[in-house]
Design a binder for this molecule. Structure first.
Ligand code: GCO
Ligand code: MG
Length: 418
């Protein structure tokens, strides 16, 4: 069998730019699909696939995916970046999809079979104040969720541009973190998504005190600091949250702050999750080998696909670290399926992040995993079991406006990791 074509497909059915790679073969009707979604730079990933990986892979045998992974990885000589890793991931997952179809097996069977029927997930609750967050938590509990991540005032995408003129506390969002008055300087110099780390840090403690006070402890709760605090304040928050027994506290520190993870671990027992920003082994090895984290959160396409992710899962297992693969809106349904197949096959599965799959998304991607109760369910079809309707995908072109939310600034204008 030979690879005949490797193509990137860009689509945004639910309004979020997704990148999918299709690997076609010389066997009629046999192709594979993989996720290469780097939603902040989608066209760059597509170019890496179309201009570099397609000519490189044409004529190769798709069966040798381990060799092909390493060949793609070192082919650019310089390696390990978000654009190239996502491009490689798209091809890698597509080759696993083909291998499953050829073997007439779901990918989880190629990985050793199921350890469980479905993957426990966590849902995303947000709100402008603790009561609004609680309302959303209760709604998910009604739907059968066993775990809910609680954020307040949003981070990332929900931040509309805050200018110095309108950065004032308001009745609509008394607790929101992004309404802090900024020092009186000409506005034009430092526009951005302003927030106050101290207000944020204190509001989160209030939030969990409120929610636990109302629902007790029969639901797992999670929170994502999203590297929005200075290291010592992250430690202070992790300690203050201990009484509320979080399932995990995510991204307390930036990936390059390994030393601070050692300080954090020495000071508190709040379970720590980390990894969505990781690109390579140098970033996760010390955290896993020194048991400084409890859950690995890698964005599978960001590290190069299923091939490196299954090895990362095995490494984590030997150090007692569980998996919690990154699964937000900027992962395509094929990426969600790859997460799920690993979740089913790995003994050290912890929990799976998931989003609501909108109708347009499910139409464009028939076979999207099913979210039912508090679990994500596979369809047990060969490969990843997810297809792509290219005609429907073309109805949802991507747009790439300049990104606002990553222009996160402290009240004095200092830009901070988003
Ligand atoms: C999460 C993440 C996301 C990221 C987003 C970036 O835990 O799900 O933090 O919300 O911010 O994927 O594009
Ligand atoms: Mg996160």
């Amino acid at each position: 069998m030979k690879i005949t074509k490797v193509r990137a497909i860009l689509t945004a059915p639910d309004g979020i730019a997704l990148v999918v790679v299709k690997v076609e073969t010389d066997q009629a009707g046999l192709y594979g699909l993989g996720c290469a979604t780097f939603t902040q730079r989608p066209t760059l990933v597509a170019r890496a696939v179309d201009e570099y990986l397609d000519p490189l892979l044409q004529g190769r045998d798709p069966a040798n995916l381990e060799d092909l992974w390493h060949m793609m990885y070192v082919n650019s000589y310089w390696r390990d970046g978000p654009v190239l890793n996502n491009a490689i991931s798209g091809v890698d997952m597509a080759l696993w999809d083909i291998k499953g179809k050829v073997a007439n097996m779901p990918v989880y069977d190629l990985l050793g079979g199921k350890c469980r029927e479905a993957a426990m997930v966590y849902r995303h609750a947000d709100g402008r104040d603790p009561q609004e967050v609680l309302d959303n938590v209760l709604r998910y509990r009604e739907e059968g969720a066993l775990a809910v991540r609680c954020q307040m005032g949003g981070y990332g995408g929900r931040v509309k541009e805050i200018t110095r003129a309108n950065a004032r506390p308001g009745p609509a969002a008394p607790q929101a973190t992004h309404r802090m008055q900024a020092p009186d300087e000409p506005e034009g110099n430092f526009p951005g998504a302003y927030y106050n780390p101290d207000v944020y840090a204190r509001s989160v403690i209030d939030l969990f005190e409120y929610v636990r006070g109302k629902i007790g402890y029969d639901l797992f709760l999670l929170h994502d600091i999203h590297e929005r605090l200075a290291p010592i304040d992250a430690i202070r928050m992790a300690k203050a949250l201990e009484p509320y027994r979080l399932f995990f506290l995510e991204d307390p520190l930036a990936p390059d702050q390994v030393e601070w993870f050692r300080r954090l671990r020495d000071q508190c027992a709040t379970p720590i999750a980390m990894g969505e920003l990781h690109n390579n082994a140098l970033e996760w090895r010390p955290l896993v080998a020194e048991q400084l984290i409890d859950f690995i959160r890698a964005h599978i396409s960001q590290i190069g696909g299923l091939t490196p992710a299954r090895k990362l899962a095995a490494l984590c297992e030997s150090f007692g670290v569980r998996t919690a693969w990154h699964g937000p809106g900027d992962v395509s349904p094929i990426g969600h399926a790859a997460n799920l197949h690993l979740d089913l096959a790995c003994h050290n599965f912890g929990i799976q992040e998931v989003i609501h799959f909108g109708e347009p998304l499910q139409e464009v991607f028939p076979g999207t995993p099913e979210l039912r109760g508090g679990f994500l369910w596979p369809n047990d079809k060969p490969g990843f079991g997810v297809d792509l309707d290219e005609q429907k995908a073309a109805r949802y072109p991507i747009s790439i406006p300049p990104i606002q939310w990553t222009q996160s600034r402290w009240p004095d204008g200092t830009i901070w990791t988003p």
